[in-house]
Design a protein around this ligand. Structure first.
Ligand code: GRF
Length: 193
């Protein structure tokens, strides 16, 4: 790897707990990376406050002010390129990116998904795992490919599904593992750059 820290952007849409966990990890002295900015597509995202409190630059690009997915992605790409970003971490970023955008960042675009991929791509993963009667559930960090929630797996963590679990109870168990998985995955990716 080159000597200078890898310039990272984190994209998020909501609460921002994965973003916060990654930001704390990147801030560690032995992580050869620098969090240059975060971007959210939602002006009401809870994570914006986390950024303010931590002094992390956060750019809001409201997807509702764009006519098309392509126009939103063009603005996003422009913002990331202007900041010389080298690696993008989607962390609870609830927006599909166009094929062109994803192909523009080969192996430089990571995502976390709350299921043991390839199971349960898309939404409501905890409810679907419960309905299927799965004994095990979990999360996956992967390189993004144009197809939704698809791409080479970097880290997967599993949790047991317990009797009486609700989707929220399962989500709480999974998010704890997400917060372990994403920093581990980032370290793996950084070690290969
Ligand atoms: C996480 O479970 C993430 O995997 C999913 O949405 C949730 C976002 O949580 N896509 P947070 O915003 O990181 O707290």
């Amino acid at each position: 790897m080159s000597g200078s820290p890898v310039k990272i952007a984190i994209l998020f849409s909501g609460r921002g707990s994965n973003m916060q966990t990654l930001a704390r990890h990147i801030a560690k002295a032995d992580v050869p990376a620098e969090l240059v900015l975060t971007v959210t597509n939602r002006p009401d995202a809870g994570g914006i406050e986390i950024c303010k409190e931590a002094g992390i630059a956060c750019t809001v690009i409201d997807h509702k002010s764009f006519d098309s997915r392509e126009a939103f992605d063009a603005k996003l790409g422009e913002t990331l390129r202007a900041a010389n970003i080298e690696l993008i971490c989607c962390a609870g970023f609830m927006r599909l990116l166009t094929e062109d955008f994803v192909n523009g960042w080969p192996d430089r675009l990571l995502n976390i998904h709350p299921s043991l991929l390839p199971k349960y791509k898309g939404l409501h993963t905890h409810k679907r795992a419960l309905e299927a009667g799965d004994k095990e559930h979990g999360c996956t960090v992967h390189y993004m490919r144009p197809e939704m929630d698809d791409g080479p797996i970097i880290v997967q963590k599993s949790v047991p599904v317990l009797a009486g679990d609700t989707p929220d109870m399962l989500a709480d168990r999974v998010i704890e593992q997400e917060h372990i998985a994403y920093p581990q995955a980032l370290d793996i990716v950084l070690s290969k750059l």
